[in-house]
Design a protein around this ligand. Structure first.
Ligand code: ADP
Length: 478
């Protein structure tokens, strides 16, 4: 049986700030269902609910050398839906009021990477493959080569590094190399960890892993270009033959309009009229004008430049004047939060801005809205549009990354397509596309046929999990 360890800084249901957590939670489950001995290791954050903490069992503690210090590392374990999760405990690093955004991120995640490698032999689990996710785990393949290969336990371990978002790389001053990572200056060259005079964790993961993946085929090509490459395009191009784009899936049990317990009225493709009951409830709850005939366009997202918030804010009046209702759910940069709050004050019955993280409201929006807006300037995969498709809420997206791989713009001549899209990152093109979608909204026969196309798409993990298994097999055949 193939033994795989996921290393991640977040994972559903324990902690989530974005799509990475969803992927770790749902892909691990899908791999388990396919007979892989999959385990996940992550930090024991203070924000994990007491209910979940009460399910964890303390295994033992060890001390991990970091710089000149020896740091405490507790090891906990818990089993959920068959998947075993391990947790690295150190209250100084991880018992904080949020999970990211501190002055000592380099130290926190350098500790995490080292602690993972030092703890593993004590778990009793011997992975064939260590599958690392995003920059927080980028030092694992580096430490593995630098410190561990000589030990019997690590001799044959292979590594896979998945880039979920190239924008976040973990770039820190050079001083950490010796002081924190205990690595010599030999590692500070452009073909290793050096990046513009700094140390780059993600670059370490890219260079030292046996194979690489990213979360959609289009993004895997895009990041090898200067425009999307975030200054790592050269390094990625050099590893082009080891880089694979595997589309993320979504958890089809969690996101199922037929059984979703968080939504007001369950519905299916055969009874799409019931979706309207969710819409009326949503309009009532959010204080919007209540009518089944007013289209709702929604956005559920981190409010960061990546997500195309600038073009939405610059075209807000035009969007509202299309005669629709705009529902926003998200948190992020303060300037964006304030713009959406003012838009709500300006159009109280037409705009609803919900500046918070709220899982229940998210499900109710996916179920109650008509359209889902994702005009991202780049998008590694994007889960929002896939969830929206599952709920028959038609996505309007910019053609980039995973959005391009999942949304096919409706073609009125062939009647094919599951949503609407535009090519250039431009507010006018976006508004034009919203207007184009609304033209079809008024023809219920056509509209329902596009909804059917959307709901019939399959973005479950089944096919993608198989692709990961193929790569794991390729790795151990090395
Ligand atoms: P990213 O990983 O870049 O943040 P994705 O589209 O891949 O974007 O994943 C975002 C996930 O987080 C989706 O499941 C989305 O529904 C959820 N999400 C984002 N913001 C919120 C929020 N404010 N409240 C609830 N869920 C949210």
């Amino acid at each position: 049986m193939l033994r795989v360890l996921f290393v991640s800084s977040e994972g559903v249901p324990f902690v989530k700030t974005g799509g990475l957590a969803d992927v770790v939670g749902s892909l691990s489950k899908a791999l388990f269902d396919k007979g892989i001995d999959i385990r996940v290791i992550m930090p024991l954050y203070g924000t994990i609910s007491l209910e979940l903490k009460s399910k964890m069992i303390y295994k033992r503690n060890i001390y991990v050398r970091l710089g000149w210090r020896n740091q405490y590392c507790g090891i906990f374990e818990c089993k959920l839906d068959g998947v075993i999760f391990y947790f690295i405990d150190n209250e100084y690093y991880f018992k904080r009021e949020k999970i990211y955004g501190f002055f000592d991120e380099a130290e926190r995640y350098a500790f995490f990477c080292k602690a993972v490698l030092e703890s593993l032999p004590y778990t009793g689990f011997e992975p064939d493959v260590i599958h690392c996710h995003d920059w927080q785990t980028g030092l694992i393949p580096v430490f593995l080569e630098a410190y561990c290969r000589c030990r019997e336990y690590y001799k044959n371990v292979r590594t896979l590094f998945t880039i979920h978002n190239l924008k976040y790389q973990g770039i820190f001053p050079k001083t950490i190399l010796n002081e924190l990572l205990n690595l010599s200056d030999d590692y500070f060259t452009p073909d290793k960890l050096e990046f513009n005079g700094c140390v780059n964790f993600m670059k370490g993961g890219i260079i030292y892993s046996n194979l690489l993946t990213t979360v959609s085929p289009t993004y895997s090509k895009e990041i090898q270009t200067e425009y999307y490459g975030e200054k790592l395009d050269g390094v990625l191009k050099a590893r082009s033959s080891d880089l694979f784009g595997i589309l993320n899936g979504i958890d089809y049990d969690e996101y199922d309009p037929e059984t979703d317990k968080l939504i007001f009225q369950n519905y299916s493709i055969g009874h799409i009229e019931k979706k309207t009951e969710n819409k009326i409830k949503l309009q009532n709850e959010l204080g919007l004008d209540v009518s089944p005939n007013i289209p709702i366009i929604a956005m559920i997202s981190r409010l960061t430049p990546q997500k195309g918030i600038d073009i939405i804010i610059s075209m807000l009046d035009e969007i509202v004047s299309c005669g629709l209702e705009l529902v926003i759910l998200g948190t992020g940069e303060r300037e964006y939060e304030e713009s959406f709050t003012s838009a709500k004050d300006k159009y109280p019955s037409r705009v609803s801005s919900n500046i918070k993280f709220d899982e229940t409201l998210a499900h109710n929006i996916y179920a109650g809205a008509d359209l889902f807006l994702m005009p991202s300037c780049f998008e590694p995969c994007g889960l929002g549009q896939m969830i929206a498709l599952r709920y028959g809420t038609l996505p309007i997206v910019r053609e980039t990354g995973g959005l391009k791989d999942t949304v096919i713009s409706y073609n009125e001549f062939t009647m094919q397509g599951n949503g609407f899209s535009f090519t250039n990152y431009n507010g006018h093109d976006m508004v034009y596309t919203i207007k184009r979608a609304l033209n079809f909204y008024n023809d219920k026969k056509v509209w329902n046929s596009i909804i059917a196309n959307a709901m019939l798409c399959n973005f479950s993990w089944n096919a993608s999990a198989d692709k990961y298994i193929k790569l794991y097999e390729k790795l151990i055949g090395f």
